[in-house]
Design a protein around this ligand. Sequence first.
Ligand code: GLA
Length: 680
Amino acid sequence: MSQHARHLAFGGDYNPEQWPAEVQDEDLELMAEAGVTLVTLGVFSWGTYEPERGRLELDWLDATLDRLHGAGIAVDLATPTAAPPVWLLQEHPEILPVSRTGQRYAQGGRLGWCASHPVWRAEAERIVGALAERYGDHPAVTMWHLGNELGGGNRHCYCDVSAAHFQRWLAERYGDVDALNAAWGTAFWGHRYTRFEHVLPPRDSETIGRGNPGLVLDFDRFSSDALLEHLRAEAAVVRAHSDRPVTTNFMVGTGPHVVDYARWAAEPGLLQVTSTDHYVHATDEHRAQGVAWISDRMRGLRPDEPWLLMETAAGAVSWQPRNVPLTPGELRRNAFSHVARGADGVLFFQWRASAAGAEQFHSGMVPHAGRRSRTFAEVVELGADLRAAAPLAGTLVERARVAVLVDEEAGWAWEAGPKPIWGYPITELARQAHRVLHARGIRVDVVPTTRLADLELYDLVVVPGVFLMSTGTASAVAAVADRGARVVVGHLSGLVDPTNRVVTGGYPGLLRELLGVHVDEQHPLLDGVTVAVEGGLRARDWTERVEADDASVVARYLEGPYAERPAVTRRDVGATGQAWYVSAAFDDDALGTVLDLAADGLGLGPVVPVSPGLDVVRRGAPQGSYLVVLNPTDRAGEVHAAGTDLLTGVTAPSHTVPAGAVVVIAEELGRAPLAATRRT
Ligand code: GLA
């Protein structure tokens, strides 16, 4: 969102075409009651806009835009490319994606298109152009929403058109086919290529895993780039007719992501607003931390500007095995957790729960029961709270003192090909590090490897399972210790280079010198097996045969083949720098013990004194600063910070946060205003 936003956006996907026209009267009445400020229109409306080729029926859209504008509600107008109409798929079935096993998908879903197909591109540009031309300067339209969750359903296409596009992409990346042979190690199994035209996507073949790990990783990269090309094309068409900001809704999660969000977000001029969708999983035992993790990860893409929560659920979703609604109060807490961490708005899928269609049992802001429902009552309360918290809009989140480093490609590389431990969710390791710190009330920034320069801002940098690393990333990590700060490297980091080739000579090849260790053997533990480690710790899942060449041993393995060998090491760098290596996988408690040791003396903790279990984040701007305090526990807690709670108007030297509640404190002047949100 613009840094000059004057309010926090509130609303959701609005799909009035699903309902008889008269329902809109009630929609507008309920939107006014809830305080809706922004709706996303038309995400899946192509088939409604253009029921047959060339016949545009946009009167209802004209009328809806005018009515919303009249009601003071802004519109985030979607390009409807997430759902090509049936007639188009009938005319051009060749634009439907092809699966890895060679099956062309059928009509009936969404995102039914191949990002490389020229027919698709031309059709997409045609409809986007028609809408942009007609609505580019409509006063209701304040933002464009390009497509929807790009790659969510069409991440990979293995058709012949994609194959040819992939070959061109490879030729550009490698220049010379022998460079590709070297990078992928095609001497193995005699897979040497003599022409780029002979390289095929990693289609189903009788092999172990998905095929050559270099090929699989490059196909993931290519697939992300093909979707990025599509996004650029849509953005260019919109821009030709409209000066309004554009966004596309990401699906930031624990990863590996379907596309390279870090690179997409970093592309100059492409997206004026970044946004993401986030849904809680009913089975997630750490739901509150999950919201914090996603939000921190999202903010990390562009830490110097707010972002937008484009979709979340007001109640239950319909795509989990058991779709459990949010608990009372969770809607507000989750919304403010996103806002605390930089969201300048909270939007939902969708305004009114569908009665028919594929998502008929997905919650809406207005459930099937209508106004008389717990969900709508909580939606109305949330609208009022977000209005009260308007001063937060446009402010930036104070930098944390701790960073967790993530890399979009590292998870892809890990999943490309057989590994010593199959199905090991390596990208969960970053969430685990965040969770352990979060449980201690320590704020964390998530830094993607596209923003390595940011690493210089932190006192402690955790590198959890960053399997693939460039030498640039390895140097930036080493520089943290060189300048006197601390680095904690976890197992399975720095093992392969960007071509997915193992860095030989002892693990973790790219970080060996920094850590002062040499690992010659990896030893995954069988399910349920644990190994005792000094300090009352137990390793699970993963251990390594470590030699400490130039590091002190913090904790040793106490049993198993590596008994007496180092499990956790520390290398002192200069006067204050430290480089820790954690060779074993641990549960949260044990990892917490190690991180406590690594953070010893840094004085990390909540930004202001709070009762245990409370989550507090500061957002600020030169004109003032705000504390968002969430209490996900079942007992009241205290936050010791003077100021006024924007939600209740109470001014006090400290505030009680009832169980499950949220307070938003405008801090009293007296403390230095947050002139700089960066720590320099
Ligand atoms: C995604 C999509 C929405 C909807 C929701 C359901 O976020 O973008 O269209 O399908 O999931 O949770």
